[in-house]
Every structure is written in C-alpha cells, then in structure tokens.
Write a protein that binds this ligand. Sequence first.
Ligand code: NDP
Ligand code: MG
Length: 384
Amino acid sequence: MRTITVLGATGSVGASTLDLIEREPGRFRVRALTAQQDVAKLAAAARRTGAAWAVIGDETRLPALREALRGTNVDVAGGREALIDAAAGADWTMAAIVGCAGLEPVMAAVRAGGTVVLANKEPLVSAGELILAAARDSGATLLPADSEHNAIFQCFDFARPERVRRIVLTGSGGPFREWSTERMRVATPEQAVAHPNWSMGAKISVDSATMFNKGLELIEAARLFPVDPERIEIVIHRQSVIHSLVEYVDGSLLAQLGPSDMRVPIAHTLAWPDRMAAPVPPLDLVALGRLDFAAPDEGRFPALRLARDVLRAGGARPAILNAANEVAVAAFLGRRIGFLEIAAIVAETLDRFDPPAPGDLAAVLAVDAEARALAGERVKDCVV
Ligand code: NDP
Ligand code: MG
C-alpha cells in the first residue's frame, strides 16, 4: 500500500484528492493530513481516512484538534514546524497549500524523496530552481497537478525535447474575460471568485480574474518543461476543455482534453505511470459542439505582461511578483483595495525592490518577506 500525505487537505484540491483516495481504501494508506485553521474539516477527514497524523498549522487550534480526535488513533500536532516535519516521508505527497506558505513544506517533501505532486504553484514561481535542484539531489519525482501542466506533461516528449516547437498554455480568461477596464474597476470579491468553469479556493479564483493565475502558470511551465520560455504561448479558450497543447517541429499539436474537474489531473498523478478510474462523467463532445480560441488581452490584463517580464528577468523577480500578488489578493478579498489595484501594487512593488538573485531557501523567504512588507505599505495607502 502506498502512503499518502495531503498538505492543504481542507482546501479545494485537498478535497478532490481525498475523494479519489477514499474511493480506493485498499490501495492507499494516509500518513498525514494538514490544514492551517479548519479543525472541523481536518478532524473529519482524518477520521474518515484513518490518517496516522493530523497537523494544524495554527498552533492555537491544537487543543481543539486534539479534542475533535479524542478516542481515535490519529496522532495530532500543531504549529509551523510540525507542519513542515509532517510534509516529509510519504510515498506520494499532494502539495495543495495555497501560496508561498507551501514552500517550506514542499521543500521538506522533495528533500525526503518519493513522489511530490504540485498543485501549489506559488513555490515553483518563487523558488522553482531550488525545488528542481532538491528533487535531482533526493531522487524525488515531481508531477504537476495544475490542469494545464498536467496536460503538457501528458503530451511532452521528455526524451527528445528538441522536437517540441511550442507549448500552448490555454486559459479560460476568467470571469472578467469580456469585461471592460471600467467595469473591472468596481468588481467585487464575489464577482471575482465566481469562476465560470472551475470551483476553486478564493485566492486562485481571484488570480483567474486578474489573469495572474495564467501568468504564474507561464512561469510554472517554464520551470517544469525544458523549452525556451519564449516558446510558451498563452491562448484563451473559454470552454476549458483543451487543458493545453504541445506542438512538435513537424506541425503536429498534441492536446489533452477533459472535463473541468481537478480529479482528472489528480487521478493521473495518483496512478502515474498507470491509469485509474476517476468519478467524472465522460466529456460529451457533441453536446459541447465547438471550441473557441482567442488571443489574450495584455491591455486589460497587465498581469500577463508582468509575468512575462519577470520570467525573462529571472533572479528574485518572480518571487517578488508572487509575494506582492498574494498581499494584494488578500487585501482585495478583505475589501481594502479595488480590483485594478492588485496589478498596480504588483507592478509598483517590482519597481521599488530589486534584490540580487536568492541562492538558497532562506534567501527566497527573505525576498518574499520584504516584498510582502512593501506591498503591504502600498495597500495601506489605498482608499477604496
Ligand atoms: P484553498 O484555499 O481551497 O485551500 C488551501 C489549503 O491550504 C487549505 O487546506 C488551507 O487550510 C491550507 N493553508 C492555507 N494557508 C496556509 C498556511 N499559511 N500554511 C499552511 N497551510 C495553509 O486552495 P486551493 O485548493 O484552491 O489551491 C491550493 C493550491 O493549488 C494553490 O496554490 C492553487 O493555486 C493551486 N491550484 C488549485 C486549483 C483548484 O482547482 N483549486 C487548480 C490548480 C492549482 P485551512 O482550510 O485550514 O485554511
Ligand atoms: Mg491551472
């Protein structure tokens, strides 16, 4: 039996992962489940799966977790260090914490070896080279769960990458795909998190609305696949059926299609290199009728240009973009800034801060902290 750890077990990706695991109880044994705050959901998941460990990041909630799991065989722990410790040692680990808060747990999992499945894209953006180097050292296998990158992974010829001419990263365009800048200026958090195709956590939903999600994914693709970043193109495909494509030098395009349900790419990573059944209805192509494609609009969505710029510049720039975006998204969700200020704050933080390339994990975390402080100052200056 494979041992499984789910980091961020109480989130959207965490729930999809547990749904697949719980359908095949004889195949997987749950080692550790983690959450930050949600004791009730974490305890319920630990009970259902018979997890060996349940770990809560917010240590003040440890007594409540202990109480909720009294009388079970689940061991409990709390606090940041416990969460990082719990990340190491499973055969298969789902990294589904949101944000750069997942970086240290991801690094712990990667350094321990085994298979590490990355839904949590922010650590790859901020510290992609370090994560890849750690995986080379430990022999860990990294698999992408982000639907686009999982699609590319399924189509990419890693043995002969020189045969790949282009990667086409598809994106739905988010809930504001057709909105004017003036309309976006007064967009509410409720409107921003109402994604047309996917049901996801609040942060990535706002990222989809600003298109920072596609920008982060551009950087994520450049980290994961051996192609010149200039050969990664973003195309808007509103149906979210083609999850991305790989074009070969002979003009062939290979695509992965599927329903917009994260259980499809997660099932791929759970069974890889085999396949397993996922509880999703088959895609009805005839009912679908058509697939549409359009160019992205960098005028209305400056996130795309900012992401392309930081990818070209490299060094600390992607970590700054990511940190400033996390701060700005939280401020927008807290109704402290307007929607358009998210990209403005990211751009200004990038203008004000240009440290040397971080060489290790501590240096990345320092850049992340400094960028958060600068973005936080800018948030305070904003009046909604
Ligand atoms: P959610 O917000 O739904 O879940 C986040 C999880 O992380 C929760 O378990 C939460 O615990 C935990 N968490 C939050 N903050 C911290 C912290 N500071 N330290 C430790 N754990 C923390 O997010 P999603 O599931 O939507 O997304 C997770 C990641 O996967 C993101 O990086 C996202 O970009 C990526 N992703 C998500 C997709 C989706 O469909 N949702 C698709 C592709 C990628 P608690 O519940 O206790 O707060
Ligand atoms: Mg995605």
